[in-house]
Ligand binder design. Sequence first.
Ligand SMILES: CC(C)(COP(=O)(O)OP(=O)(O)OC[C@H]1O[C@@H](n2cnc3c(N)ncnc32)[C@H](O)[C@@H]1OP(=O)(O)O)[C@@H](O)C(=O)NCCC(=O)NCCS
Length: 168
Amino acid sequence: MELILETERLILRKIAVADAETMYELNTDPLVIQFTGDGPFESVEATRQFIAERQQQYAIDGYGRWIAQRKEDGAIIGWCGLKFHPETNETDVGYRFFRKFWNRGYGTEACAATIQYGFKQLGLKRIYAEARMENTGSWRIMEKCGMRFSHKSTGCDGETVIYDMLAE
Ligand SMILES: CC(C)(COP(=O)(O)OP(=O)(O)OC[C@H]1O[C@@H](n2cnc3c(N)ncnc32)[C@H](O)[C@@H]1OP(=O)(O)O)[C@@H](O)C(=O)NCCC(=O)NCCS
């Protein structure tokens, strides 16, 4: 296991091919992917391939999305992490959790720690997050992490809000 960071209740670690079934399952819940703009994986095998590509991306960018696991029992609650966008030279923070773990503050806890890791360990200057307008839980996380509203945008999936934070 390649640990990235620890919070009071969670660890964030690099994704492994062995996580394929769990990640496949996460994206099969229509409510989980309701506002994310992507669909379910075609199969567990396709999920393995996706993970292999993400692992290569860790090596290229030095970071990526990480598995979030609960310390008390080792349960995988979902993922949270950073993503580099080469077309804009910018980094966003994203998160996605199994429904049974929603509304317990895990999203805010994981996102806040990820942002601090991005600034302090990776030396990033700006981190942003984007969510569909209807995705109240997501933009509440941004607000609770101290990100500020930047602007609205319109993607192919509808209207989004963009929040950001600058390194101090
Ligand atoms: C959005 C998501 C990450 C929130 O994670 P979470 O662990 O439930 O977040 P938290 O418990 O830290 O809660 C964040 C805040 O949003 C609120 N919230 C969460 N879901 C909400 C909803 N559906 N409607 C309104 N408020 C909501 C919580 O009450 C909390 O605010 P509060 O502390 O003022 O009460 C989670 O619902 C999820 O994984 N959704 C599916 C994937 C997704 O949409 N990812 C983001 C894509 S941009």
